[in-house]
Design a protein around this ligand. Structure first.
Ligand code: ADP
Length: 491
């Protein structure tokens, strides 16, 4: 029996699996704190949520908990956290989205070189890198920094450390920190030397499927975990989600449509353009390419709440708007939505919050606006897909996330991307399922991940409708022209 934990930003999810079948699910919310315009989390909260979730499992299904023999976790990546040598947190957790280390990033750019860092880390460097946040700690948490400490770079690594006393991370998680030299798959020693940082503070690098130890007897007794439970390294959430979305082979594209979203696929080569993220695949050998959008379900929530003035946004509201929007013809008669309400990350960086409707008329109504939003997000995903695959097309992709609950949106995506969209039949989150698959591979129950493809079934298949594909092809050209105009530097 496999116990998985996904330490997300909003909650910790615990799932017990027998092979790929989930038998129990638990969830504990996680608080985020605000100070001086920055938000942070506390690793103690992660641990408390973990303990609470285990206690609930013990209360509800003690026999199931007793039969767990393997633990595998996943979670948010690109964190920065200091712990003492016993694994006790001595700093707050700076989250992946925390931009406070701008001055420190400037320092790295001047002393080590932004170009040099990009060559080693592959991705375009910025102030969000964990290495910049670590320098921020050096300056602003000097007392903790100067004591004997370990630096942790991902949420699941903290849970693993507390369970086993060992500090490890995986290649996917290491990819977005700035510390990894992706050419050698080692920590970037030149960077560490230049910044006068001590490499021994960093976690050890290992494949996601490596066993890092067993739960310490005292911890097992304290939490009620089975004695001797094997702890697998696990993977950062992008690595686990990719597996959990059934994307195993190079070119298997999947789309996560949540509040934010991404398109990703395993790949043999790094991305051709810096606007697409390159991460190490969970075995540290090949890659995962990802185009991440800040605006997926978010613009829908904005529209329903602030423009349509719906009091609450629930599944009934979505299905009402959807049934009306289904009657609007594809392309909304030229009405176009540019979805950059939250700025954007890929395939171009938009620092300011700007989006918009183009071609509004006195005959425009809310159902058209709603459909235009679904289409505008679809165009933005197509833009990412083109950048990710260098213009090559895909014939099919798997779809996961809250947006896949929509009946209309997957069809719109299919028509815009001119690809079959398979809405996966999932009862647990993709990261949790991915963690279970990692444990199965680690335990030798599966020889190759691709053997697991048969377990992935779609609840719906959307096929591109030729007439709509043509119409959206024209509308996409229009979208690109407006995106270009919107982002002219003088605007
Ligand atoms: P998160 O990304 O926050 O972890 P989810 O994967 O559950 O969470 O996705 C939430 C998003 O899904 C919301 O932004 C919401 O707009 C979108 N969503 C949920 N149901 C529907 C629906 N029926 N139609 C369109 N979008 C939906």
């Amino acid at each position: 029996m496999i116990l998985t934990v996904d330490v997300g930003t909003t909650s910790l999810k615990l799932v017990v699996f027998q092979d790929t079948k989930s038998l129990y699910m638990g969830e504990c919310p996680l608080p985020t704190y605000q100070v001086d315009g920055n938000s942070y989390q506390r690793a103690e909260d992660w641990w408390d949520a973990f303990k609470e979730a285990i206690a609930a499992l013990q209360a509800e299904a003690p026999d199931l908990l007793a039969s767990v023999d393997t633990f595998c976790s996943t979670g948010q990546m690109q964190d920065c956290l200091l712990v003492d040598t016993q694994g006790n947190p001595i700093s707050e957790v700076l989250l992946y989205s925390d931009g406070r280390a701008k001055k420190q990033f400037q320092f790295i750019s001047e002393h080590y070189g932004a170009d040099k860092l990009q060559t080693a880390a592959v991705n375009q460097p910025d102030a969000l890198l964990s290495v910049a946040k670590y320098l921020w700690f050096k300056e602003h948490r000097s007392e903790q920094f100067n004591q004997d400490h370990l630096l942790l770079l991902g949420a699941k690594d903290f849970i693993n450390l507390r369970l086993t006393g060992k500090s490890y991370t995986d290649y996917t998680n290491a990819s977005t920190t700035g510390f990894l030299d992706m050419r050698t798959n080692q920590w970037n020693q030149g960077l560490m030397k230049c910044l006068e940082l001590d490499e021994t503070r960093l976690p050890k690098l290992a494949a996601a499927t490596d066993v890092i130890g067993v739960v310490a007897d005292s911890t097992a007794a304290e939490l009620g975990l089975p004695k001797g439970m094997t702890v697998i390294n696990g993977a950062g959430d992008v690595g686990a989600s990719t597996l959990g979305a059934g994307a195993f082979a190079a070119g298997d594209v999947y789309c996560y449509l949540g509040t934010t979203g991404w398109l990703a696929c395993p790949a043999a080569e790094t991305a051709r353009t810096p606007e697409i993220y390159t991460l190490r695949q969970i075995d540290g050998m090949s890659y995962i390419l990802a185009g991440a959008v800040l605006n997926a379900g978010k613009p829908l929530e904005w529209f329903l709440t602030h423009i349509a003035m719906e009091e609450s946004v629930d599944s009934q509201v979505y299905s009402h708007y959807e049934s009306k929007a289904t009657e609007v013809a594809a392309g909304c008669q030229g009405l176009l939505f540019l979805p950059f309400l939250e700025g954007e990350r890929s395939p171009m960086k938009v620092d300011r919050n700007r989006g918009g409707f183009v071609n509004l008329g006195t005959d425009s109504n809310r159902w058209q606006l709603y459909r235009a939003i679904l289409e505008g997000v679809g165009f933005s995903l197509k833009h990412n897909l083109e950048a990710m695959l260098g213009g090559k097309s895909v014939s099919k992709l798997n779809l996961i996330g809250g947006g896949s609950r929509s009946t209309l949106w997957p069809q719109i995506l299919s028509d815009i991307l001119d690809a079959e969209v398979h809405v996966l039949d999932m009862d647990v989150g993709a990261p949790s399922l991915g963690a279970a698959l990692i444990a199965l591979k680690a335990g030798g129950q599966v020889a190759d991940f691709s053997d697991l493809a048969r377990f992935f079934t779609a609840s719906r298949h959307c096929l591109p409708v030729p007439e709509n594909v043509t119409r959206y092809g024209e509308a996409y050209g229009n979208y690109l022209r407006h995106v270009d105009a919107l982002h002219k530097p003088d605007r």
